[in-house]
Design a protein around this ligand. Structure first.
Ligand code: NAP
Length: 500
């Protein structure tokens, strides 16, 4: 036991409201990336555990779907209040298992709280439509129906927020959930399961099965009684899941990678732009799907921008996220660190000019964790690999351009379409950019991160498959539209035929 906050030695699955040992006695250590200390062991479950969870979920869902939505929502309100009371506790554990600095962990937990209250409000909306019928004495409406048992598969970089974006709309809409969190960050799922129990969620409505993607995740994807898979993670995994779901004709929502850019025009407030860039490039050590990894800058302000960015990078304090002084925490693990190193090498080989960082950090206590220096490349060409591929680390590339048209073209010429931003004082440029930037999220005079939970979250092209997390749009993933016609004419009226 490395910290008083972690009171267990081993986690168990959460199935049908109970803590259940996995069928096989295999575990993986969960390690604090800030200092390499083991926090807890997480079970590596198998297909049998998934089957057990689905059986419980299927039974629970039948009852849950019949509970009036405003009453289902009451449970979510209680979940939100408990999360609020426990915000600091959850934030500290989140920092320990994921590494992000405590201020950001608090922000992430707050996102989950906001989502609880927002989706609880849906209990009294879940709007469908009424519409005139084309025949006399006939009534027509559409309504949302739960899908059944849904599977959610979440990544390590937002271990609580993403799970709430998915599970809360699923719950309020009357589904039952099987949740597989990332093996690196299982503790938020453990904490949330405890909160669901305390909030009075009936047994079996949410089940947590820990284990690897290749075993537990795959078993969920393949299970015929799981009707929807909502996945957030890498493109590679998303593609595999989508292929299998396609074969099974299973609904699948994918939220995947990004190659997000900030555009800085010649009339931009440069001080503001620098703040936005630093926050979105180096926050969470660049391990956000919305992290800024490209700055597309008007050539006339490039040098000024570089100087100001370098000055700010100098002030970034790096270390254990539990220390409030630190602004940049560790990388999730050794493999993540090596991948970033590899991209720095690729950038140098491609001819980009390294202005700052470029190396792992090992001095003093940093030696125990996985740290990488905030890195800045300039004179990057749009077709270089560092300008095209997701690095998932604190590596930023400056790409000079001549005008707004070229900036938009460079922004759009990548395989992803999650988030983009423009700094300008010119209203005409603002409106042109928000229309033409091919991303699911556009910010004006702010960095590429900072989504609010009541708006749709997701992206175009390789970032997703047309669905959205968060906001009202999330309900579309977890509901089926049902059209209902009520004929009160007392005779058979045939649509399209008996219309006078
Ligand atoms: P990942 O390797 O794809 O893993 C994501 C989740 O999928 C984990 O729970 C993983 O399990 C599971 N998984 C792995 N292989 C699987 C398989 N064959 N079948 C079913 N599940 C499987 O992604 P990551 O490295 O954890 O996350 C980083 C990526 O997520 C980045 O690309 C980032 O941009 C993206 N992301 C996107 C958004 C968005 O909303 N667009 C938000 C956050 C992150 P295990 O790891 O436990 O094996």
């Amino acid at each position: 036991m490395s910290n008083a906050l972690v009171t267990e030695k081993k986690l168990s699955n959460f199935i049908n409201g109970e803590w259940v040992s996995a069928q096989q006695d295999h575990f993986a250590p969960v390690v604090n990336p800030a200092n390499g200390e083991k926090l807890i062991d997480v079970p590596l479950s198998s297909q049998e555990d998934v089957n057990q969870a689905v059986k419980a979920a299927k039974k629970a869902q039948k009852e849950w779907a019949l509970v009036p939505a405003p009453q289902r929502a009451e449970v979510l309100y209680r979940v939100g209040y408990i999360m609020k009371e426990r915000k600091e506790h959850l934030s500290q554990i989140l920092t320990m298992e994921n590494g992000k600095v405590i201020e950001e962990a608090r922000g992430e937990v707050q996102e989950g709280i906001d989502m609880a209250f927002y989706m609880a409000g849906e209990g009294r909306r879940l709007f469908g439509h009424t519409t005139p019928a084309e025949l006399k004495d006939k009534f027509a409406m559409s309504q949302r129906a739960p899908v059944g048992v849904v599977g959610i598969i979440t990544p390590w970089n937002f271990p609580i927020a993403i799970a709430t974006w998915k599970s809360f709309p699923a719950i309020v809409a009357g589904n039952a959930v099987i949740w597989k969190p990332a093996t690196e960050t299982p503790m938020m799922a453990y904490e949330m399961a405890k909160i669901f129990v305390e909030a009075g969620l009936p047994n079996g409505v949410v089940n947590v099965v820990f284990g690897s993607g290749s075993e537990v995740g795959d078993a969920m994807v393949e299970h015929s009684d799981i009707r929807v898979i909502s996945f957030t993670g890498s493109n590679e995994t998303g593609r595999t899941i989508a292929g299998k779901c396609g074969q099974l004709l299973k609904k699948v929502s994918l939220e995947m990678g990004g190659k997000n850019a900030v555009i800085v025009m010649d009339d931009a407030n440069l001080d503001l732009a620098v703040q936005g860039i630093i926050w979105s490039a180096y926050g969470t050590s660049g391990q956000r799907c919305t992290a800024c990894s490209r700055v597309i800058v008007h050539e006339s302000v490039k040098e000024q921008l570089e100087e100001r960015l370098l000055a700010e990078i100098d002030h970034l304090t790096i270390g254990d996220g539990l220390d409030e002084q630190n602004k940049v925490g560790p990388i999730i693990n050794e493999a993540g660190l090596r991948k970033i190193e590899k991209y720095v090498q690729i950038g140098q080989e491609e001819g980009a000019r390294l202005l700052a960082g470029g190396n792992a950090l090992n001095e003093g206590d940093l030696n125990k964790g996985y740290y990488f220096a905030p890195t800045l490349f300039t004179d990057v060409k749009p077709d270089m690999r560092i300008a095209k591929e997701e690095i998932f680390g604190p590596v930023l590339s400056i790409i000079p351009v001549k005008d707004l048209d070229e900036a938009i073209e460079v922004n759009n010429d990548v395989a992803f379409g999650l988030s983009s931003s423009i700094f300008t004082q010119d209203i005409n440029k603002v409106f042109k950019a928000q229309r033409d930037l091919d991303t699911g999220i556009v910010y004006v005079n702010a960095g590429t991160t900072g989504a609010e939970i009541h708006l749709p979250f997701g992206g175009t092209k390789g970032t997703g498959n047309g669905h959205r997390d968060s906001g009202q749009a999330a309900l579309d993933v977890f509901t089926e539209w049902k059209a209902v016609y009520v004929d009160f004419s007392g005779k058979l009226q045939r649509a399209q035929i008996d219309v006078e």
